[in-house]
Design a protein around this ligand. Sequence first.
Ligand code: ADP
Ligand code: MG
Ligand code: MG
Length: 523
Amino acid sequence: PFSGHFEIYRNIVVLLFYVVVWDCSRGRSSKWREMLRFPHISQCDELAKSIERDYYSLCVKQPIGKKLFKLFCESRQDLQNYMSLLDALDAFKTKSDEEREEFGLRIIQRFLSSEITFCATESVIVLLLIRELHQYLSGEPFTQYQDSLYFDRFLQWKMLERSPITKHGFRQYRVLGKGGFGEVWACQVKATGMMYACKKLEKTHVKRRRGEAMALNEKKILEEVDSRFVVNLAYTYETKHFLCLVLTMMSGGDLKFHIYNVGEPGLDRDRVRLYAAEVCCGLMDLHEKSIIYRDLKPENILLDNSGHIRISDLGLAVKVSKGGTVKGRVGTLGYMAPEVISKKYYGTSADWWGLGCLIYEMTAGHPVFRAQGEHPQHREMENRIQRKQEDYNKKFVKSVKDLCSSLLIKDPEQRLGCGDSGGNAVRSHPFFYTINFRMLEAGLVEAPFQPDPRLVYCGDVQDIEEFSPVKGVSLDERDEEFYSMFNTGSVPISWQKEIIETNCFSELNVFGPMGSRTPDLDQ
Ligand code: ADP
Ligand code: MG
Ligand code: MG
């Protein structure tokens, strides 16, 4: 009989162990539910009055808003079909080309009367359907939604999203790298367990080097961009000594490290192709918002743990008017385009040149116009960029060579990517023939190389010195004004994605039986 009991106790202990481990592995604080406790609905009055009642923002763009609007529609018999159609259309976007035709046809058969005969492709029909659908949903359903308990719940989530952010909301782990104004640390949000990289800017260093405008520029640009191929900003906050940007965690190291410190210099062709395609998409997402990146080079391209890359370090990026140009010798010398060096006005052409330099370096295993380890004088480097024809060694097959030489055309008017179709011309280049850009943008392409999670892909952490305040620099009211512009807390879309991805949404967003409000709502 004893051994029988023992078995039971042992199983309970093992079970408890797994529950604890499972909970810890998600990294949430044991107090996470209190941290994310909904405010009473009466505390949302101000927000309800001030929030802009824009259908697209509230029900399409914001991830939690989209979920709650969907729950509302599903709760209404007459809207259920619309939601199934919207789901099917969302699924259509993520189907491979082979599956698309049949899937598209099934949607049409299921939701549209069969008498309608279409002479358009499935993709066009889908686009039309999506537009019609939103047109309808933004009318009466959207009005009703705003009077429902689902919208109340949205406001409660928004209040949580807007709670003040301090360093106490995060755990700090190890240093990931060093920047001009401070270190970048791995950190974790206590309430959700989400990992991020925290880029810290030491306040007196920023002030001494007049970096305020640059820091604010970087923050504003990061906040505006929502791209799979550019690091996202999740939070900004400040401590006594630092301004902090909390960014997508990229734990696989930068491309400079991968090109030079892992095996033979250079990368194999499949990796070059994927990284080049992803950088191309990232540039197009930036250019669409009239942002010129201006600092493309291997060390600014970071890998995540699944082996995909993102563009990072947007300190030199600049927002121009639509199709506009800027002047200014900005960037890193070896990677500056001829028109940037010669102090002309330039637009997105500078970035397509940068992509040429990047593809060249990944393939050749050394920078363009420079042998590895060679550091020519400034004038000499400028001269080579403006006049010299680049050499191609035997690692370049025809398609890569052709792509590089089209991107490295000195005259921006003639350069690939600089015509009316912009980056689409780059994507259409034969080198990218095997890349399905639609799948790539949907995150459905597997990377040819995954970083080993046990390895650290960066220089020795010991080499990274501590950042301490500069003596003799004092902070005053003017600085506070700048800090208050910088520290705006959570970035809505990133925060909502975090809440959903970490399952906090599904665990907390419960409604009582028969759609009644939960105790949380009524307390
Ligand atoms: P700076 O603008 O001062 O040059 P960076 O943004 O380039 O600062 O960051 C400095 C270093 O920190 C990078 O070279 C990289 O090693 C590391 N780093 C920056 N952002 C991230 C990130 N999102 N994930 C992981 N490491 C990062
Ligand atoms: Mg940098
Ligand atoms: Mg920078």
